[in-house]
Write a protein that binds this ligand. Structure first.
Ligand code: NDP
Ligand code: GDR
Length: 371
């Protein structure tokens, strides 16, 4: 039975990857952080009681900033595959916490690779690094592929640039099977609530149910290539099953704007919108118009406004990936379309909003978290 170790198992990708590997018959080990509240909601459904004989999912407390902890866990687990998905993964937050982001996202990767080397696991343990389309930043070529030059535009992306190259370097210097998946944005109902897609599907669902009145957005002109996390974790595993380690771009090859994502999400909710001041972000407002079927909204209600607070000091305006290499070499193609993904996310968030609304209407106090 193969053993995998996942850093970031409590995150969006970690939870889908853990499910995927358990289905493949792996023994899955995950590193979770100590937090003052439970932080395992995304993996509770696959949790196994450690008191039962031979659990297939095992969790270890740890942190990518803690070298001795990582060495100990790797030494105990002796994994066949390490998936380094743990990171301070929010681009906007990285401007506020640049040093922490560098420590975890850049040096954390080095710590894991050094632990593999220190423990003599170079020939046994394969290593996957969660690299990102943010490396392309100020875009030099459209669409972006494996050979496109990098130009990172945030402390997050600069930290990930170090992680990308240290992964390449340990592959070349020490013969470790180590590779980078350069993944474009991927989303799901498990996406963190402060990333733009989830903020939109959750915010609009709450508005449609009368729990909130307005969604405050940053740059709605931004263009992204959005896929579904389930399709992308399959590819992470495929990359570690090859004869030779290589780096791959994973993307859909289709790009839409944040504004278009709002429009398609609203359509799923039965909300018809009017866009004003398009292209002039500071003035853009979005109102409900006739034909809208959401019970809590009336014609003319302003549903979306721009708040400069959500603009970034340096923005990545346009990302579009070319996944040809992954298609040709690994036979990978995404199976879930953007509209199917939006439908799934809206259904999930609307269900949650309806539960909250029911409680609220029955007189219970309900609070909605915001960033
Ligand atoms: P999430 O933010 O959902 O998950 C990040 C995970 O990392 C969480 O489990 C989090 O723990 C953990 N983590 C954060 N800080 C530390 C730390 N100091 N030590 C150990 N673990 C830590 O990210 P995603 O699942 O969306 O992304 C997975 C990886 O892929 C990340 O590295 C991200 O940068 C990268 N990536 C993501 C893309 C996307 O579109 N989703 C695209 C390209 C790359 P906790 O739950 O306790 O917060
Ligand atoms: P991104 O994702 O920065 O691409 O990084 P995010 O969803 O945060 O932003 C996408 C685009 O939307 C614009 N935007 C807003 N973003 C947020 N979060 N909140 C807003 O209110 C808002 N309004 C507009 C942003 O400016 C941006 O242009 C994600 C993360 O998962 C990274 O870890 C990963 O590496 C990359 O995707 C690929």
């Amino acid at each position: 039975m193969k053993k995998a170790l996942i850093t970031g198992i409590t995150g969006q990708d970690g939870s889908y990857l853990a499910e995927f590997l358990l289905e493949k018959g792996y023994e899955v080990h995950g590193i979770k952080r100590r937090a003052s509240l439970f932080n395992t909601a995304r993996i509770d459904h696959i949790y196994e009681d450690p008191h039962e004989p031979n659990p297939k999912l095992k969790l270890h407390y740890g942190d990518l900033s803690d070298t001795s902890n990582l060495v100990r866990i790797l030494s105990e687990v002796q994994p066949d595959e390490v998936y380094n998905l743990g990171a301070q993964s929010h681009v906007a937050v990285s401007f506020e916490a640049p040093e922490y982001t560098a420590d975890v996202d850049a040096i954390g990767t080095l710590r894991l690779l050094e632990a593999i080397r220190f423990l003599g696991l170079e020939k046994k343990t394969k290593f996957y690094q969660a690299s990102t389309s943010e490396l392309y930043g100020l875009v030099q070529e459209i669409p972006q592929k494996e050979t496109t030059p990098f130009y990172p535009r945030s402390p997050y992306a600069v930290a990930k640039l170090y992680a990308y190259w240290i992964t390449v370097n340990y592959r070349e210097a020490y013969g470790i099977y180590a590779c980078n998946g350069i993944l474009f944005n991927h989303e799901s109902p498990r996406r963190g609530e402060t990333f733009v897609t989830r903020k939109i599907t959750r915010g609009l669902s709450n508005i449609a149910q009368g729990l909130e009145s307005c969604l405050y957005m940053g740059n709605m002109d931004s263009l992204r290539d959005w896929g579904h996390a389930k399709d992308y974790v399959r590819m992470q595993w495929m990359m570690l099953q090859q004869e030779q380690p290589e780096d791959f771009v994973i993307a859909t090859g289709i790009q839409v704007s944040v504004r278009e994502f709002i429009r398609r999400s609203a359509l799923q909710l039965g909300v018809t919108l009017s866009f004003e001041g398009e292209g002039v972000n500071e003035q853009a407002i979005i109102t409900a118009i006739e034909g809208n079927k959401a019970p809590a909204l009336k014609v003319g209600d302003v549903i979306v406004k721009v708040d400069p607070r959500y603009f970034r000091p340096a923005e990545v305006e346009t990302l579009l990936g070319d996944p040809t290499k992954a298609k040709e070499k690994l036979g990978w193609t995404p199976e879930i379309t953007l509209d199917e993904m939006i439908e799934e996310m809206v259904a999930y968030d609307l269900d949650k909003a309806k539960q909250h609304a029911l409680l609220k209407n029955a007189g219970f106090s309900v609070s909605v978290s915001h960033e």
